[in-house]
Design a protein around this ligand. Structure first.
Ligand SMILES: [Mg+2]
Length: 381
């Protein structure tokens, strides 16, 4: 059983925006939007003061400025965020070797082996992050990755939520089904339309209700709503792949839209291998149809690369070929996984790093979250 594990999910609060407010005291307490300078760009991060105006990440910058005209716009400074990220991850690695980074500002820590209570480790991690960087993090503690993630989001910002095994159902049952990671907005709406508003209602729902929506995955959905999740924390060193995937708000059948989504996901995965100085020798595309049937297509790339253009074009080709085999298919999820990972340095001169890390990191701030689509929009001006 896995109920005796102790897992932390640590997530920095409004990370990019908080770094900007910390580095420039004049921005403290003000609504700050991090994003491209163009009116057609999107918000990469919004400070909590800006969120009070209903501004959210990924919202078009123009709309954000309509909601809050006096907001201060700041261009992303990716190298600075990466530097702060390295300091945060150094703290994680002092606590446990079992650290799984999800992005620059988010990680799972498995502290099961530690003699100290997980709740005390969590508050000490929060304190050390604040002392080292001046920033706040929210932490969730639970016996699974799934519940730890839900818990870290529960009391943001500067939150600390501990869900002990004996109060798991008490914690989850009243929560909205929308809190369940991976459900997606469309599936969430459909579940609510069935009269299932809370995770408690979802976990008790009979097959007769869930089957039309989730088919043979109904039991898995029920388990997730109950907080059952046996996935281990996979350390970055052991990581066999870096992936990015998204469940769409609505099923997508249009090939061009799918390709744009795929490019965005490939960019996101590239940002992560570049941050870790890795190159990928294989690209895999994960495709989930509206009926939950799931397919994987992969291809090796030689020489191994971290180049976003090379990787997206291989991914696009794999998807295009699949679409030819499955005409008329509508997809609910797409993913890109980069595997056969190796340190970039080990390959010396032979690996392909064009067009140069400098250029690529300059756009990583947006791409980590929203991908090339956001940038293209900014460039159209
Ligand atoms: Mg965060």
């Amino acid at each position: 059983m896995t109920s005796d594990r102790a897992i932390l999910h640590v997530d920095m609060d409004a990370f990019y925006a908080s770094v900007e407010q910390h580095d420039e005291p004049a921005l403290a307490g003000k609504p700050v939007l991090v994003g491209g300078p163009s009116a057609r760009g999107v918000v990469a991060a919004a400070s909590y003061e800006a969120r009070r105006f209903g501004i959210r990440s990924a919202m078009p910058m123009r709309e954000a400025l309509e909601r809050c005209p006096h907001a201060v716009c700041v261009r992303p400074r990716m190298p600075r965020y990466q530097e702060v990220s390295r300091r945060i991850f150094a703290i994680f690695h002092e606590v446990t070797p079992l650290v799984q980074g999800l992005s620059l500002d988010e990680a799972f820590l498995d502290v099961t082996a530690s003699p100290e209570p997980a709740a005390r480790i969590a508050s000490s991690v929060k304190r050390r992050i604040r002392e080292t960087t001046g920033l706040t993090a929210s932490v969730g503690v639970a016996s699974s990755k799934l519940v730890a993630k839900i818990a870290s989001d529960f009391e943001k910002p500067d939150g600390l939520t501990v869900v002990s095994a004996d109060r798991l159902q008490e914690f989850l049952d009243p929560l909205s089904v929308r809190r369940l990671p991976g459900l997606g907005r469309k599936a969430g709406e459909r579940v609510e339309a069935l009269g299932l508003k809370t995770l408690g209602e979802l976990r008790r729902a009979p097959d007769a209700i869930l089957w039309p929506l989730f088919g043979r995955h109904s039991q898995r959905v029920r388990e997730r709503a109950s907080g059952i999740d046996g996935r281990p924390v996979v350390t970055d060193r052991d990581e066999k792949s870096v992936s990015a995937e998204d469940t769409f708000d609505r099923d997508i059948g249009d090939a061009r839209t799918l390709e744009a989504e795929l490019t965005r996901l490939a960019d996101r995965a590239c940002v992560r291998i570049r941050a870790k100085s890795l190159v990928a020798g294989c690209v895999a595309v994960k495709i989930r149809r509206h009926d939950f049937a799931t397919f994987t297509r992969r291809r090796t790339i030689a020489p191994p690369t971290q180049n976003r253009r090379t990787i997206s074009s291989v991914a696009a080709e794999l998807l295009a070929r699949w679409l030819v085999e499955h005409p008329g298919a509508k997809l609910r999820l797409l993913g890109v996984a980069l595997t056969d990972l190796n340190p970039a340095t080990q390959l010396g001169l032979f690996h392909d790093v064009r067009p140069g890390p400098g250029l690529d990191t300059a756009v990583d701030a947006i791409c980590e979250r929203f991908g090339r689509r956001a940038l293209r929009r900014a460039n159209q001006l």
